[in-house]
Write a protein that binds this ligand. Structure first.
Ligand code: NAD
Ligand code: UGA
Length: 463
């Protein structure tokens, strides 16, 4: 079957960029991205492509090229489902905040709503593609809903997890390490796999497109994120030992990364990983393992999260201890609020938790982030419900430039590795601060020797 009409439910960090790239690379395919969130769709349709709701290097150019040609954003979900031969489900799957599995399991209510809507609307056979990250065996539930509530049409369910990382979404989508497609081993299943494979084959070489059964595909996504996050917790665990022993975690990472079996990537010690997925997906994995009675497996992976929470808390504790055990009424400047550079996404960012700890100690937080608004930062703090919104508002100040944020500060804390932080006039920052002027480099991006020669007291991670 040749696919000419695709619909994607969910115009978020995955749905938006993924569909923009499919539309750019497949001009013969009409791609409709739909969402319930009217503001989000209005932003995707903003006449100025610079104003699209997601900041990703290179994305606005792709949207400018394809939008209106074969890429459309709309809130009319029914129409898009009705027209499409292939429907991607790319809605959010957050950690449950209620009921059974609260705080651990993935909340699949949005997935189920999509399945029910597809079943209700579809009048012809459809291929339904799981793009969201889902617990293993979700396809079974989707299939049951589709088959039991539909109009008698046939559905094929494929699992096609997304491996892009934010900040590099466009290059990851254009040059993926691999594309993974899981499907049924029946002739109809194989035909559906082939149809999706042919979409990707427009720009990805076939030897990078992997096909598996549905369960392997679903579980591979959780496994990949668990392994990636595990590397960060492993190097962060070593960072604490480095601080006690005089070893330097950057040197250790380099030394072990040159072993080709270990490899150099994802070994950067930090204030802790953030982002919408690592924690959520590992908690989900732990929940699944527990639900099968595999307590050792569950405990093993849960430790990745325990270590990450420890690393964030350790960073805020270190700031308080170093500043003579009190930060009350002191101004602590935060460079960065996003969970990593080159994104405006702040979900689960370490900055939120470090700020929360320091505000508990009555510190005044003054933040500069090139892409995150004050409204977003406040919403992140309020979401924790640690104190009143009024108090958060009082303790959080946000500035248009790093120099303003650091002016009069007792300490500067680097929370995100934005490149521009390394290019600043640090002498100027030093001159504007209280003395001793402390730097807590949660990303190990600044030049320690240079800062110390200016007069800063420099604290990195793991040295
Ligand atoms: P997101 O919150 O940015 O976007 C999800 C969108 O789905 C929202 O705009 C929401 O309004 C919409 N939505 C929810 N229910 C809907 C419904 N019934 N009908 C129409 N629209 C609906 O989430 P995201 O970051 O794009 O993540 C989506 C999925 O992809 C998650 O499962 C996530 O784990 C996975 N994932 C994310 C990333 C990433 O980098 N963010 C990478 C790989 C995989
Ligand atoms: C991650 C994975 O890398 C993607 O493959 C996956 O598709 C995605 O999750 C997902 O499923 O959502 P993302 O969270 O966007 O992507 O970004 P990463 O580059 O993985 O960074 C995650 C966090 O780890 C960031 O806070 C980053 O600063 C931190 N990190 C990363 C480190 O602290 N050290 C490192 O060496 C690497």
């Amino acid at each position: 079957m040749k696919i000419t009409k695709i619909c994607c439910i969910g115009a978020g960090y995955v749905g938006g960029p993924t569909m923009a790239v499919i539309a750019q690379k497949c001009p013969d395919i009409q791609v409709r991205v739909v969402d319930l969130n009217e503001q989000r769709i209005a932003d995707w349709n903003d006449p100025n492509p610079e104003n699209i709701p997601i900041y990703e290097p290179g994305l606005s150019e792709i949207v400018a090229e394809a939008r209106g040609r074969n890429l459309f954003f709309s809130t009319d979900v029914d129409k898009a489902i009705d027209e499409a031969q292939m429907i991607f489900i790319s809605v959010n799957t957050p950690t449950k905040t209620y009921g059974k599995g609260k705080g651990m399991a993935a909340d699949l209510k949005y997935i189920e709503l999509c399945a029910r809507q597809i079943a209700r609307v579809a009048k012809q056979n459809k291929i339904v593609v799981e793009k969201s990250t889902l617990p293993v065996r979700t396809a079974e539930a989707i299939k049951s809903i589709l088959d039991n509530t539909g109009n008698g049409v046939q559905f094929q369910i494929l699992s096609n997890p997304e491996f892009l990382a934010e900040g590099t979404a466009v290059t990851d989508l254009l040059n993926p390490d691999r594309i993974l497609i899981g499907g049924d081993t029946t002739p109809e299943g194989e035909e559906a796999i082939e149809a999706l494979l042919n979409v990707y084959a427009n720009w990805v070489s076939k030897d990078r497109i992997l096909t598996t059964n549905v369960w392997s595909s679903e579980l591979s996504k959780l496994t990949a994120n668990a392994f990636l996050a595990q590397r960060i917790s492993s190097i962060n665990a070593m960072s604490e030992l480095c601080e006690k022993t005089g070893a330097d975690v950057n040197e250790v990472a380099k030394a072990i990364g040159m072993d080709s079996r270990i490899g150099p990537k994802f070994l950067k010690a930090s204030v802790g990983f953030g982002g919408s997925c690592f924690q959520k997906d590992i908690l989900n994995l732990v929940y699944i393992a527990k639900s099968y009675g595999l307590s050792e497996v569950a405990d093993y992976w849960e430790q990745v999260i325990v270590m990450n929470d420890h690393q964030k808390r350790r960073f805020s504790n270190k700031i308080v201890q170093t500043l003579y055990n009190t930060v009350a009424d002191k101004k602590i400047a935060f460079l960065g609020w996003a969970f990593k550079k080159d994104t405006n996404d702040t979900r689960e960012s370490a900055a939120i938790y470090v700020a929360d700890d320091l505000i508990n100690e009555q510190a005044k937080i003054s933040v500069y982030d090139p892409k995150v608004s004050r409204t977003k930062m406040l919403a992140d703090l309020n979401y924790l419900e640690t104190r009143s919104e009024k108090d958060n508002n009082e303790f959080l100040n946000v500035f248009e430039s790093a120099y303003q944020a650091c002016n009069g500060a007792h300490a500067v804390a680097v929370l995100t590795e934005w490149d521009e932080f390394t290019t600043y006039d640090w002498q100027k920052i030093y001159d504007s601060m209280h003395k001793p002027a402390f730097v807590f480099d949660g990303r190990n991006i600044l030049n320690a020797k240079e800062l110390e020669s200016i007069g800063f007291v420099y604290n990195g991670i793991g040295s």
